[in-house]
Design a protein around this ligand. Structure first.
Ligand SMILES: [Zn+2]
Length: 324
């Protein structure tokens, strides 16, 4: 897909998002009206007030009269709003229950910011990049995100459930705080089928939904980018340099890529070293144990992967969830 096609597809996505935002607000308002009919009455009073205020202000002759009328109307309006807020709070509704909740407050889910000529919002740019980088071999983030976390599928024996619940929390905090995370890098290790990829995809989904730029890639595709770079063919958009520069890079299934002399270890070292020097965040999922990482990539790479000052290493344990 060309850039222009991605832009068009994204614009449609944003239009759908805005419609969904509105429907969501309508639904929340209806919920309030059903529970507290008085609020509906207050809201229509407030709307009437605003309308009659406008009319009477237009009929006033002097500027002073207009200003004082406007002021008193504003006070009345504020009084009604305060009453509504109080009723909402008493009923246990959140403060923004009856307001639009935008995924991006900067552009209000339009994808554009600024006066004409307007430009793409950061969130739009980030999602555009994400679409262009997107690795077709990876699971969709519609399926793999923190909301889809299903504790009922995880056995409670041997602390597996407990570990996953706490890991989910840790990863969610990491994604919500990015780039101001407690630790910069995260290494998820453990056998296949324990949920490492799910966590990695969930972090990716959350970070990119927040409008931050992240690149998610399988180790296999990372290797392809390295090989292309090595043969001097880095014209692809998803080239090796973009892996170095991504504010957050998520590599899935490290260890599954081919081991090619002069490429795999050397480029992985460069990647980790450059990213470390620039203090960029990296999340890696691998089936290899720390010992196996050392064996496969050598001391130099392993020491960067496992550096305790910047990296949190988590070893997942338990049964293969896919076989249950
Ligand atoms: Zn935005």
């Amino acid at each position: 897909m060309k850039r222009s096609e991605h832009i068009r597809a994204l614009q449609e996505e944003y239009a759908r998002q805005r419609a969904a935002d509105e429907a969501d607000m309508e639904r929340r308002i209806a919920e309030v009206y059903e529970k507290i009919p008085k609020i509906q009455k207050l809201r229509s009073e407030s709307a009437e007030l605003a309308l009659s205020a406008m009319r009477s202000i237009l009929t006033q002759q002097s500027l002073e009269q207009r200003e004082s009328l406007a002021k008193s109307m504003k006070r009345q309006g504020q009084g009604i709003n305060a009453e509504i807020r109080e009723l909402l709070e008493k009923a246990g509704f959140p403060e923004d229950q009856m307001e639009m909740r935008y995924r991006c407050s900067k552009c209000r889910d339009t994808g554009y910011v600024g006066e004409a000529p307007s430009r793409f919002c950061e969130c739009f740019e980030a999602r555009l990049k994400r679409r262009q980088y997107e690795d077709g071999s990876m699971a969709g983030t519609d399926e793999q995100n923190f909301q889809k976390f299903d504790a009922s599928r995880i056995p409670a024996e041997n602390g597996q459930l407990e570990q996953m619940v706490s890991l989910r929390k840790m990863c969610e905090e990491y994604a919500d705080r990015f780039p101001n995370t407690d630790f910069r890098n995260l290494l998820l290790t453990g056998k296949g089928g324990l949920g490492k990829t799910f966590l990695l995809n969930s972090i990716f989904e959350r970070v990119t939904s927040r409008g931050c730029t992240a690149v998610r890639i399988t180790a296999f595709r990372m290797f392809e980018a390295m090989r292309q770079q090595h043969v001097g063919n880095d014209e692809d958009f998803d080239g090796f340099s973009s892996l170095i520069e991504a504010p957050l890079l998520l590599i899935d299934d490290l260890g599954s890529e081919p081991m090619m002399r002069n490429i795999t270890v050397e480029y992985l070292f460069t990647l980790l070293n450059e990213r470390g020097a620039a203090k960029r965040h990296t999340v890696i999922a691998t089936n290899l144990t720390p010992v196996e990482l050392k064996e496969r990539y050598g001391e130099r790479v392993a020491s960067r992967l496992l550096d305790k000052t910047t990296c949190r290493t988590v070893q997942l344990k338990g049964k293969d969830l896919r076989s249950l």
